[in-house]
Design a protein around this ligand. Structure first.
Ligand code: MN
Length: 367
């Protein structure tokens, strides 16, 4: 069933007369048209029993039609009252919509008030956020193909990053160079700011790529990804420069063991919490439990962080089509950080990664 039909059925079940979908990511998911309207108004109006329509800035109408959306697209000019126009189009479909579904995590209060103003007796009480999250949780074959393609380009970014390693070169320079290579191939967006962190800097898991220069005998952590056809990739690898000491080697070995154990254990039937514990147990048994300070993974798809969350307390049972990261890390403040990550999709009897860069410790002897 097309996703838009699925949502229509769901509105009927919930007894809703209309839905106002405003998150550009949801609109992309349901229509195939991905665009950030910045401050302009863009919305998808969906009804249980009549035809949905897309409402966009006039300058986006042709692009929306070209994206494969087969239902009507209506535009508005900057000087026009977008909400009055939306109301007029809605009333052609449903004379008096009372119960509305909205995306509470996206629609701003000021925009909701403008909508309410057009439909004074309507109720905007139903939040569709979790309904849409549930729909997005299981990826179709087509979505998985796009995630595989994005993963292929993430592998390419890593390869370019490794080629760029040089003593005295900064983390930022390496990140810039690998992104430049990616963009020359027509992939214009990264999933998030490319992370290159060397030595002790990598022990700050959310620290940014800095001016710090690459030195000998340290670990360098790469965490990066790109967007292909609207879908994100996300991969992390940590590599060695020169000769590592015992501690550096040990944390790499333990982190890899945890990552492989979790990737092996990821299959239908295991819960998100249990999977997190598989990796956490390996790290805890080796004595580094206190240095693994985040959940094992997050979902990915149209966004680089979505459901399911692979963490303690999440009893969700994993099913085929769920896509998420497996990314244990060990961060010892002032010493070093290691993270190894592949994103995977659950198959009928296990999981398949979207990225394939080798995970055995790679050592670079640089001059
Ligand atoms: Mn990640």
């Amino acid at each position: 069933m097309a996703k838009i039909d699925e949502l229509q059925t769901c509105l009927a079940h919930k007894g809703l007369d209309a839905a106002y979908i405003s998150d550009p990511m949801t609109i992309g998911y349901l229509t195939g048209f991905y665009e950030d309207p910045i401050e302009r108004v863009m919305a998808l109006l969906v009804f249980p029993d009549s035809e949905p329509f897309l409402f966009t800035p006039a300058l986006e109408v042709e692009a929306a039609k070209g994206a494969g959306w087969t239902h009507p697209v209506y535009g508005y000019l900057d000087h026009e009252d977008a909400y009055a126009l939306i109301a007029a189009h809605v009333k052609k479909q449903v004379t008096e919509p009372v119960n509305w579904g909205i995306e509470q995590n996206h629609l701003t209060v000021s925009r909701l008030l403008k909508l309410q103003n057009q439909f004074p007796s309507a109720k905007f009480n139903t939040d569709l956020t979790s309904t849409i999250e549930q729909m997005r949780l299981i990826k179709s074959d087509d979505e998985i193909a796009k995630l595989n393609e994005a993963g292929k380009w993430a592998d390419f970014m890593l390869e370019e990053g490794f080629k760029n390693l040089q003593l005295g070169r900064s983390e930022q320079e390496i990140a810039a160079n690998l992104e430049y290579e990616l963009k020359k191939h027509g992939i214009m967006h990264t999933s998030f700011d490319t992370l290159v962190q060397a030595g002790a800097h990598a022990a700050e898991p959310h620290g940014a790529t800095s001016q710090r220069k690459i030195n000998n005998n340290e670990l360098v952590l790469f965490d990066l990804g790109c967007v292909v056809d609207g879908y994100c990739s996300d991969v992390s690898r940590t590599v060695a420069i020169g000769t590592l000491n015992k501690k550096q080697k040990e944390i790499y070995k333990v982190c890899l063991e945890a990552q492989l154990a979790a990737q092996e254990a990821a299959k239908p039937g295991i819960t998100a919490e249990e999977l997190d514990k598989v990796a956490r147990d390996v790290i805890s048994k080796a004595g580094y439990g206190e240095y693994f300070i985040h959940r094992l993974g997050h979902g990915l798809g149209l966004s680089d962080h979505e459901f399911p969350s692979i963490m303690e307390g999440n009893h969700l049972v994993l099913q085929p089509g769920m896509c998420f990261s497996i990314e244990p890390g060990i961060y010892i403040p002032g010493i070093a950080g290691v993270r190894i990550e592949d994103c995977v999709h659950i198959t009928s009897d296990g999981c398949e990664p979207f990225t394939h860069t080798n995970k055995a410790l790679k050592t670079f002897e640089l001059m």
